[in-house]
Write a protein that binds this ligand. Structure first.
Ligand code: TRP
Ligand code: SF4
Length: 402
């Protein structure tokens, strides 16, 4: 079975090259060998934009168009809309009951964002709950990997703690012992005995290698035993850890290791700084924006030698140019052999080339909005099947299946 990947983006504006190089490119790549789920986090957008619903309305389907234009394949990836799945809200509510307030108040993005977005009143209940809603998004799909930027690490960490706490509080099935015995029987006598030995060792000493060996037995069973089910792995994984049944799975953050594309001014590319190039920016605009970009501040005249390390354009070359072009341009810059406009031209060309297929695919989709809606409808129904299943397990674990 392919491991499940889940991520979301907030529909608060047109996607730009920073989104593409920082996230979307990686999302596209992950489709090749993972079971990917990507969703429009419109509720999360509302936590900061509750006074500007038109921004969100305008951007939900536009963002999906950007995604598909960039190469997300609706056949392979499940693309869906958060607000169509009340299951996320239900899990959020249930998790909220046992989540200590301090866990949320201590998430670093909480105070940071309140500081940064001073023009918005973020002293709301919804904004404090932001990372917990994100935890619900992730846990409801039992995602293994969550591709996100470094700024989201603390949210994934919180998700792991919430899952651990949930499993600890509610992971003891009434028939836990007999279910464990049945799953152990499937392993066969030798493996079951070896597994139990590792479990005892881990329980007594906390030895990491005992845990790894126990997990190894489960991994082997999941590929080699035909009657083995993912539920068996979940059950014995909980048994091994002494935490009862694993109902909610702890996810891992997956950070992209790509050269970061800064904004036109060299800072982080962000709509609020007005330093972006949209994925679907008009070619003349792309050209004008790059031509206006600041360069090495010490290179005032064409005849002044420059230093690429001080120049924001150079960071674009790190993303868009190959080694030999860079070597040439750097020498030209340092010797004042080339002018800045000359140096910028290959960047302009590369961006236009990159955008060309996006523009074509986006034009097709814009002309057929019914198709975009259908893609989201279908993805949402696929997601719903998974979300419902998890919620049935969660309700049962919490004793809500009266
Ligand atoms: N908070 C994420 C961001 O701002 C968006 C998001 C919401 C998300 N729910 C998620 C990302 C679940 C990954 C998984 O980028
Ligand atoms: Fe920047 Fe290129 Fe000009 Fe050097 S020549 S300052 S690297 S734009």
């Amino acid at each position: 079975m392919r491991t499940r990947v889940l991520s979301g983006m907030r529909p608060t504006g047109a996607l730009h090259l920073g989104h593409y190089h920082g996230a979307l490119k990686n999302w596209v790549r992950l489709q090749d060998d993972h079971d990917c789920h990507y969703f429009v986090a419109d509720w999360h957008a509302l936590t900061t934009h509750y006074e500007s619903r038109e921004v969100i309305e305008r951007n939900v389907y536009e963002m999906v168009i950007d995604w598909i234009a960039a190469g997300l394949d609706p056949q392979r990836s499940t693309i869906f809309l958060q607000s169509r799945l009340p299951e996320h809200a239900e899990l959020f509510t249930l998790l909220a009951m046992g989540t200590p307030l301090g866990w949320l108040e201590r998430v670093p993005t909480y105070k940071d964002q309140i500081e940064k977005l001073k023009d918005k009143d973020l002293a709301t209940y919804g904004f404090l709950g932001y990372p917990l809603l994100q935890a619900a998004d992730i846990l409801i799909y039992k995602a293994t990997y969550v591709p996100v930027g470094e700024d989201q690490s603390s949210h994934v960490e919180l998700t792991r703690e919430v899952a651990r706490r949930f499993n600890h509080l509610y992971g003891r099935h009434p028939d836990f012992d007999s279910l464990v015995a049945a799953a152990l029987a499937k392993l066969g006598r030798d493996d079951a005995r070896y597994f139990e030995k590792q479990r005892k060792a881990y329980g007594e000493t906390g030895a990491a290698d005992a845990l790894a060996k126990g997990d190894g037995v489960l991994r082997k069973a999941s590929v080699a035993l035909s009657g083995w089910a993912p539920a068996d792995t979940e059950l014995l994984s909980g048994h091994l850890r002494g935490s009862g049944k694993t109902i909610l799975v702890e996810p891992q953050a997956l950070h992209t290791e790509v050269a970061k594309l800064p904004g036109l001014d060299g800072g982080k590319m962000s709509k609020s700084y007005g330093n972006t190039i949209a994925m679907r920016e008009e070619p003349v605009q792309v050209e004008a924006k790059i031509r206006r970009m600041p360069t090495d501040p010490q290179r005032v005249r064409r005849t002044d030698p420059g230093e690429p390390a001080r120049c924001p354009v150079w960071q674009f070359h790190q993303v868009y140019s190959d080694e030999s072009t860079r070597t040439q341009l750097a020498a030209g810059c340092r010797s004042a052999g080339i002018g800045c406009l000359e140096c910028k031209q290959p960047v302009i060309d590369a961006i236009l080339r990159e955008q060309q297929p996006w523009r074509e695919r986006a034009a097709e989709l814009t002309a057929d909005r019914a198709r975009v809606r259908r893609i989201v409808d279908e993805g949402t129904e696929r997601a719903r099947a998974v979300a419902r299943q998890t919620m049935a397990e969660v309700r049962e674990a919490m004793g809500l299946d009266y």
